[in-house]
Design a protein around this ligand. Structure first.
Ligand code: NAD
Length: 502
């Protein structure tokens, strides 16, 4: 490996505070989804690249862990200021590589920056406990210690926010970090790495290595790595969880989703439709919190919602995310668009009613696809069971609240869900009994704020902890309790019995 200035055509790794070229022979193309052109290449890193990143993180750990928490927090304060000052340029990078509209890109940056703000409070969050006189002349204290080098593996759909769910809390707690970005959107991570260094983060504390399975498997089994945070699809989440825990790591692995929005007969239809349009088709449905199933309680609700959705989809403005007024951008790649279209075909073949066919919106000047709406979808259908991760919304009709709740609870995934209603008792029962990690009442995408924690249930999350908030602090620290005595000379006798407080 050799150190260079920021490469123009092929993105480098970020190791020990600088850009490093990979010796790996392979690289993959990065596209601008709005015009289909290749904008850069990203190396398929090697085992050696991954090990070099972990070596840097391991070397930097002791000094960073020993840095006072309030001094670590100051780096986060500066990083926050830099991100905010540059938010327009950063949003444009996300828009260019991912395809989402500019306001949405700014929104994800803002939500990520809020985790940085949470991490700025780390001295308070890490404050330990102290008890004077747990025994006569004996004091007790408990503290949270950082783990060591930790790893984050992230998906393409939030190039800024998902990494920021992880590294601000991990770093503030005193860990060092190796990030493996998505090969489809590598640039934003590199920008954040440079900004962290400019914010005063010591070299080696934050590192980036690009690549695929070889790099990921090296990172999650390296004996020096203590913990792994993963966000991505369920099959890979399960692989990372099993492999990482087998290798003795602490692992949190967030997977895929199929989020239901239940509409009760007493709900305001216009509010529900507004919510559905944004949550099903915002970011072209490429969100783990996207609503992909609307559960209509009663045929009258289904009819009203369907009618308004058809009108609204006809008005939906699809185009490049940089164009003012555009509401939905392209999909991430041509292959992913093919995959989404194959689900639309599968839905038709399975007998669902295709009310609006988004395939009519295919444009060859980019990876654009229109919004699709299915009605009369049943739980047996593939388009109901599987995550499509595109602008496809399915209406499922049920007869009662209980049936709706059962439907949500029976699904394999349990990331987010929402209930639209005017009935407080139904809302309370839903919150209490629904088997999902994040619940919205008249809120379609209930993404928790940074000072709460994000995560799903069932096969949407493998592991014990949700990300960020206090859950993040718990995940990235381990507990230590000390019992302390300062006896006078000769005043500490031998005790053969289990010590008890006197
Ligand atoms: P993905 O699973 O294909 O990739 C995620 C990461 O894993 C990437 O960095 C990728 O390079 C790496 N990877 C891919 N295949 C691998 C393998 N075989 N072994 C090791 N690493 C591998 O996911 P994606 O397509 O980038 O993102 C979309 C998925 O992410 C959707 O399923 C979505 O629901 C999910 N997601 C979940 C959440 C959540 O909070 N639960 C948030 C965002 C996205």
């Amino acid at each position: 490996m050799s150190s260079t200035a920021i490469a123009v055509d092929t993105v480098g790794h970020w190791i020990d505070g600088r850009v490093v070229d990979s010796d790996a022979p392979d690289a993959t193309d990065v596209y601008c989804p709005a015009n289909g052109e290749v904008t850069k290449r990203v190396p398929v890193g090697s085992r050696a690249d991954a090990e070099a990143a972990v070596t840097a993180a391991a070397r930097a750990f002791d000094a960073w862990a020993a840095t006072p928490a309030h001094v670590r927090a100051r780096v986060m304060f500066t990083f926050r200021e830099k991100m905010l000052a540059d938010i327009d340029r950063l949003a444009a990078i996300i828009c260019d590589e991912h395809g989402k509209v500019l306001d949405d890109a700014k929104g994800e940056l803002q939500r990520g920056i809020e985790v940085v703000e949470f991490a700025c409070g780390i001295p308070e969050l890490l404050k330990g406990e102290f008890t004077e006189n747990v025994g006569s002349g004996v004091d007790g204290m408990s503290l949270r210690k950082p783990l060591g080098p930790v790893v984050g593996v992230v998906p393409f759909n939030f190039p800024a926010m998902v990494p920021m769910w992880m590294f601000p809390v991990a770093l503030a707690c005193g860990n060092t970090f190796v990030l493996k970005p998505s090969e489809k959107v590598p640039t934003l991570a590199m920008e954040m790495a440079a900004m962290l260094t400019e914010s005063g983060l010591p070299d080696g504390v934050f590192n980036i290595v690009h690549g695929g399975r070889e790099v990921v498997d090296t990172l999650i089994t390296d004996p020096r790595v203590e913990a792994v945070s993963f966000v991505g699809s369920t099959p890979v989440a399960e692989h990372v969880y099993r492999t990482g825990t087998e290798a003795g790591k602490r692992v949190q692995a967030l997977g895929g989703a199929k989020n239901h929005l239940v509409v009760m007969p007493d709900a305001d239809v216009e509010n529900a439709v507004n919510a559905l349009m944004g949550s099903a088709f915002g970011s072209a449905g490429e969100r783990c919190m996207a609503i992909s199933v609307v559960v209509a309680v009663g045929d009258e609700v289904a009819r009203a919602i369907r009618e308004r959705l058809v009108e609204r989809i006809a008005e939906l403005r699809v185009g490049p995310g940089t164009e003012p007024g555009v509401e939905m951008g392209p999909l991430i790649t041509r292959e992913h668009r093919e995959r989404v279209m194959s689900y639309v075909a599968a839905g038709e073949n399975e007998g669902a009613e295709l009310v609006v066919d988004g395939r009519n919106g295919v444009r060859e000047d980019g990876f654009f696809l229109g919004a699709s709406l299915f009605d009369h979808v049943t739980p047996q259908m593939k388009i109901y069971r599987e995550e499509i991760f595109g602008p496809v919304l399915a209406i499922v009709r049920v007869n009662s609240f209980d049936e709706a709740l059962q439907l949500v609870n029976d699904h394999e995934f349990g990331n987010g869900t929402a209930l639209f209603t005017a009935d407080g008792r139904a809302a309370r029962t839903f919150i209490s009994q629904v088997r999902a990690g994040m619940v919205g009442i008249n809120v379609p995408i209930p993404v928790p704020m940074a000072f709460h924690s994000f995560g799903g249930w069932k096969r949407s999350l493998f592991g014990d902890h949700h990300v960020h908030g206090r859950e993040g602090v718990r995940f990235y620290t381990r507990y230590k309790t000390a019992t302390i005595r300062w006896p006078e000379a000769g005043a500490a006798p031998t005790e053969f019995a289990m010590p008890t407080a006197k």
